[in-house]
Design a protein around this ligand. Structure first.
Ligand SMILES: *Cc1c(COP(=O)(O)O)cnc(C)c1O
Length: 368
């Protein structure tokens, strides 16, 4: 059996005709940067998410960097985030000259533990960046309450969580701003890089629109120092097609995750701890497994690819040596890095593959 961890080509086959048409139209239009597709995509995704402003940018990392910059966060400031995430969630903080402060995660959801956040707040703290890791809602309502109490901005890193919601509100629209990535492997992926900032704040939206085009509202007149960070017309055209399918794709991911959960029920692995169904879109299906490395090897021999997201928490990365953390400082994140294993999951993954994978996991632990 040929099992893929992710299969973007199969998904392409299901939307091929439409993609070909919009690509050709975009190429033939002669407008390649900040044209009609970007504009309409911004309106469509704002409406999908239920948010006032959506500003398309070059990638998810830029979305985060420009949001921090627009909020005037910089040298001397501290921003609290998760140590268990992709590097960009903290890199953006360092990029604007501020200091990332890492706080431990909840062993069940693998998201920032609100109880730990409050302990890390100082006079220098300006913002919190909760990451909705693997597509599951962080405890955003409690984080909002903490932020309000201390007058902090909340910037949601929703790069893995498009379409997930909590109490009827889409993730990314609850904080001051939400940032998304359209990297090809994300749940809503372009065929190249792309990103998005969303906000209900008019001033912040204006500022980000300015920043993405060199701080310029009128061509060749620059009011602030900006960036060159735009979404291409071609990518916007592709994303407009794919946005129509996102709910169905996320639902398919949920169904497949449910099947994994059922099949793995009586094994020593811990399946994702989910509070409510709609709050998770399973960008990744990640289990915590005893003897993780041995299990991974065993599955590999059976033709089952798996992934480790992530092998090293951010507070122990070489790039952050200067922050002075040591092993043992954030024990839950550290243990999670030793046990996590992501299993194949994508909307088109055949159920028989899931059964084969679950059987192999059951077999492995029987042997041990
Ligand atoms: C993918 C990702 C990013 C960065 O997005 P890019 O588009 O790759 O720049 C940031 N944070 C998280 C949690 C991500 O998964």
């Amino acid at each position: 059996m040929q099992i893929n961890f992710l299969d973007l080509k199969t998904q392409y086959e299901t939307i091929k005709e439409e993609i070909k048409n919009v690509l050709l139209a975009a190429v033939e239009s002669g407008q390649y940067i900040m044209g009609p597709n970007v504009k309409v995509f911004e309106q469509e995704i704002a409406s999908y998410l239920g948010v006032k402003h959506a500003i398309a940018v070059a990638n998810g990392t830029d979305a985060l960097v420009m949001t921090l910059d627009a909020l005037r966060i910089g040298p001397g400031d501290e921003v609290i985030t998760s140590p268990y995430t992709f590097f960009a969630s903290a890199e953006c903080i360092s990029r604007v000259g501020a200091k990332p402060v890492f706080t431990d995660i909840d062993a069940d959801t693998l998201n920032m533990n609100p109880e730990e956040i409050e302990k890390k707040i100082t006079e220098k703290t300006k913002a919190i960046i909760p990451v909705h890791i693997f597509g599951q809602a962080a405890d955003i309502e409690r984080i909002m309450a903490i932020a309000e109490k201390y007058g902090l901005h909340v910037i949601e890193d929703a790069c893995q969580a498009i379409g997930a919601e909590i109490n009827g509100r889409k993730l990314g629209t609850i904080g001051k701003a939400g940032c998304f990535s359209f990297f090809p492997t994300k749940n809503l992926g372009a065929y190249g890089d792309g990103g998005l900032v969303v906000t209900n704040d008019d001033d912040l939206a204006e500022k980000i629109k300015l920043l993405r085009v060199h701080g310029s509202r009128v061509k060749y007149f620059h009011t602030i120092i900006g960036y060159n960070s735009r979404l291409d017309e071609i990518q916007a055209a592709i994303l407009r097609v794919k946005l129509k399918h996102i709910d169905a794709w996320n639902e398919a991911r949920r169904q497949k995750a449910k099947l994994y959960n059922e099949l793995l029920q009586n094994t020593p692995v811990k399946t994702p701890g989910v509070k409510d169904e709609k709050s998770h879109v399973y960008h990744l299906y990640t289990i915590l497994a005893p003897e993780r490395d041995e299990l991974k090897k065993y599955l590999e021999q059976k033709g089952i690819p798996t992934g480790i997201y992530y092998p090293l928490p951010l507070h122990l990365q070489e790039a952050y040596k200067n922050l002075g953390y040591k092993k043992g400082d954030l024990p839950v994140a550290e243990e999670t890095c030793e046990k996590n294993l992501s299993l194949p999951l994508y909307p088109e993954l055949p159920e028989k593959h899931i059964k084969y994978i679950a059987d192999a996991i059951i077999e492995y632990y029987k042997k041990g």
